[in-house]
Design a protein. Structure first.
Lengths: 185, 91
């Protein structure tokens, strides 16, 4: 089990398994809070000053995500936006959750979203958020924790406060307990 | 002390006896030797102006390079972009 943050995935090269070619670079990480999984990534072209690529990479076309590269079978895995699922082909960029406020149902602030934590390998399960607490220190909350997500704020159940962890190891253990408490397992 | 005006700063001007010519009007405290002493001073002054010009240019070039580098980084970050995007709830 390898836990990685979205910021570690962003900027990784996309490499083909068959040719070993470096065909693109990860730009945005797109995930479904509802399903709790990665749904795809948008891409940058390769090159020092190259900009955004028109093609996208749906999660189904990802062979594996590792610490140093996102692997795809071949270049045909990168698809035009019209041929990709709507959420990946035309991502709602206004729903970027980084820097979103995290509020409990009771109205208490837990901090801001600093990053997304994913279980990588061949799956793209989203396990939690890295947060920046009001005091400035970092912490982690498990997912599914949010009741609603927008480009401005995440609203989470009151009990999420009990599950704020200081490190990724603690988050791994907290996820199962948190899901059991929510009756999801 | 009043400074003697310098009429000429040409180097190597000597009189028939091989002595350094005085080019001062009215003479200073050290008479004809004033011009000899003042000549290198004038050259130093001229050289210092040239040196200052070079430093000014250097500062200008450094400022331009820094501005270009910052603009380059900003443009690159903007082009590379990236975020974590949540899909809309289908439920």
């Amino acid at each position: 089990m390898l836990l990685m943050t979205a910021s570690q995935i962003r900027g990784l090269p996309v490499v083909t398994v068959q040719g070993g070619e470096d065909v693109a670079e990860v730009r945005d990480v797109i995930y479904s809070p509802e399903a709790g999984r990665l749904v795809g990534v948008t891409l940058n072209k390769r090159g020092f000053l190259a900009g955004r690529s028109r093609d996208v990479l749906p999660a189904e076309a990802i062979h594996a995500i590792g610490q140093d590269a996102v692997m795809v079978l071949d270049e045909s895995s990168l698809v035009a936006p019209e041929d990709a699922p709507e959420d990946v082909g035309h991502p709602a960029t206004e729903r970027n959750v980084l820097e979103d406020d995290i509020l409990t149902e009771g109205g208490a602030s837990l901090g801001k979203v600093a990053d997304l934590v994913l279980l990588v390998g061949s799956s793209g399960e989203v396990v939690g958020y890295q947060i920046e607490k009001p005091g400035g220190e970092r912490g982690y909350i498990p997912l599914p924790a949010q009741l609603s997500v927008s480009g401005v704020a995440l609203v989470v159940p009151n009990m999420t406060e009990e599950f704020v962890q200081d490190d990724l190891v603690g988050l791994g253990a907290a996820v199962d307990e948190f899901r059991a408490r929510l009756g999801l397992t | 002390m009043r400074q003697s005006p310098v009429l000429s700063t040409r180097p190597g001007c000597t009189d028939r006896g091989g002595h350094q010519e005085s080019h001062t009007a009215g003479g200073g405290q050290f008479g004809r030797y004033d011009a000899v002493w003042r000549q290198p001073e004038a050259e130093r002054y001229r050289d210092s102006i040239l040196v200052m010009d070079a430093i000014d240019w250097l500062i200008l070039v450094v400022i331009v390079l820094v501005v270009v580098a910052v603009a380059f980084v900003i443009i690159r970050r903007k082009r590379r972009g990236g975020g974590v995007i949540a899909t809309k709830d289908k439920g």
